[in-house]
Design a protein around this ligand. Sequence first.
Ligand code: ACO
Ligand code: ZN
Length: 281
Amino acid sequence: LREHEEFTKVKNIAKIELGRYEIDTWYFSPFPPEYNDCPKLFFCEFCLNFMKRKEQLQRHMKKCDLKHPPGDEIYRSGTLSMFEVDGKKNKVYGQNLCYLAKLFLDHKTLYYDVDLFLFYVLCECDDRGCHMVGYFSKEKHSEESYNLACILTLPPYQRKGYGKFLIAFSYELSKKEGKVGTPERPLSDLGLLSYRGYWTRVLLEILKKHKGNISIKELSDMTAIKADDILSTLQSLDLIQYRKGQHVICADPKVLDRHLKAAGRGGLDVDVIKLIWTPYK
Ligand code: ACO
Ligand code: ZN
């Protein structure tokens, strides 16, 4: 399917069941045609296989032996875990995740070529297993220095700081790679709000500490945020002046504090010591 066709398609699946949640969907997703007459789909919350009927899911749950996403656990902090799933080694899981995610993503083309992606799946874990909260995907090799392709927090878990956690995580991976990164465009409204919030908080905290004596290049080296994104964030906060052919960053502590307050909650932090990961080769 071309992007344009996806846009114009009417929504097919109205609801899904996933773990203990029933969730209303937001957008069209190109499930195989045999699912098109289906108002509700039943997902196995662990392998993400989907079925038309509750009884099929119940039968499936008796024999499905997964209790977490099919990949390596690369981060654990309290009950939160992050799993890295290689789309090449787990093609069906990758495809299922894309079908599921598209239900909540509007202007994104769905990639069937899941081979080329890694999926970072965030879970809340308890004695029944690791329950998916959200995820982001990342190209194994990006020409455009993208460090994130698609990001999703499942609706029952939204507005609790998981989105900012996932964004922070994507930059921690970039730091370990020694590269700067940027999210794939276009961003949705909610995506832009979340990124703007993350960039603002991270940059203002550094500016406060360094009392402004720092360049955009240095900010970029410290945070793995691409220079363009730093510039646009600081410009949107009206913190950049152009003097004698150079960008000058305003660092009036009062102004910075005012912006920091407005930037909202910090949310869940990534504890980098708990990230056990080496870059994909
Ligand atoms: N209304 C207003 N502001 C919002 C809302 C909302 N419904 N949701 C998030 N925000 C803003 C807020 O500023 C919020 O910070 P605050 O709570 O401190 O005020 C900030 O975004 C981030 O909130 P989180 O709780 O950390 O983020 P969440 O877990 O809700 O996830 C996400 C954000 C991933 C964008 C989620 O809304 C989502 O999955 N949306 C659907 C899919 C999507 O649009 N993804 C991005 C596409 S772009 C891309 O993939 C590159
Ligand atoms: Zn299953």
